[in-house]
Ligand binder design. Sequence first.
Ligand code: KG4
Length: 393
Amino acid sequence: VGVGFEARNPEPHASVRPWPIVAGKRSEETLAALREAGDLILSLESSCDETAMCIMDSHGVVCANVVATQIDFHARFGGVVPEIASRKHTEAIVGLFEETMARAGAHFGCDTLVPSDLSAVGVTAGPGLVGALVVGVAFAKGFCVTTDLPLIPVHHLEGHLLANLFETPDLEPPFVASLVSGGNTMLVHVRAWGDYVVLGSTIDDAVGEAFDKVAKALGLGYPGGPVISKLAAQGNPKAIHFPRAMMHSGDYSFSLSGLKTAVITYIEGENRAGRAINLPDLAASFEQAVIDVQVAKAKTAVEETGVSDFCVGGGVAANPALRAAYKETFGKMGVRVTVPPMLVCGDNAAMIAVGALRSYRTQGFSPLTLDANPNAQLGSWSSDAAPVVPSGM
Ligand code: KG4
């Protein structure tokens, strides 16, 4: 009462920052550490609901890795709202840059890095939400204009794939990768670095999306994956039978929307009958239906391609039951399974830095006419050069 509209809905203030960044004096140790680190790459990620930046040195060491998530702003809607995503990226990106430069400075024992310490800028140019991607791409291009640094586009899903190198440094093609996130579900045959054959993908919803929609139907908020998988750990996966869509389709396509509908129909039926839903059993049964199909198709792909390495990338790679199921199935076959460290499963810029450093070494630069491409095919902006093995996460 008595509070005006503007006071209740404050607009974010335009920030006025000193440019160029003013840095303190550097010690001999700092200067030596910077020399030892070699060229430094700044990388940016803004394809969905995380604004993220990383600074990686020429040896693949992560000097700073910062993620600003917008999850809270999307949670009330049960999913990512694209317009909110782009607005929040815009609000976060300058502060995030300063924080990343300061943290990288701390890594080298000084107050902050300055743009002249950097050698290139890598950015996720696609795929993703176009209004979210353009914020990172526009920032990167603007930064390159003012600093004269070269610009390196990186494919978001190649980043998820490369994140596996944090776990298994000697991972080398050929191998099969499953990329599972809120927006993607695909099986990829990595024949050589940069040579990606998409064996199959979802014809409707992505795996993460199915977790999110089931959680939404149960009123459990967003994102659904973490909460559903926690509940599932206490439930009986055989309690309710849900369909294993396309399990025997004879190809590598996936379909998740039928499963989602089956779960929602079950919830509505129980509600109508006035029965209480056993949430852990429901979550475990749903999760098992997802896992059975994912594992069966991955197993066939590994057998048909004859590879001895399998890896997973994307937010859903954080699912403990899925990780365990892969390890069990492939363990028996003598196939090595890699799952990225938890910190680099979700969207982050460290994985983008791995792709950017690879392209930096081969001068895979882009002119400043670069545009975000929300539908970029896996393999875009890639290279047959082997990536530098990253560390420091
Ligand atoms: O890769 P990511 O951070 O963003 C993109 O979609 O690009 O993945 C987010 C997705 C969400 O759908 C979320 O529900 C899912 O990953 N996720 C999980 C788990 N943790 C996150 N899905 C299943 N189990 C989890 N533990």
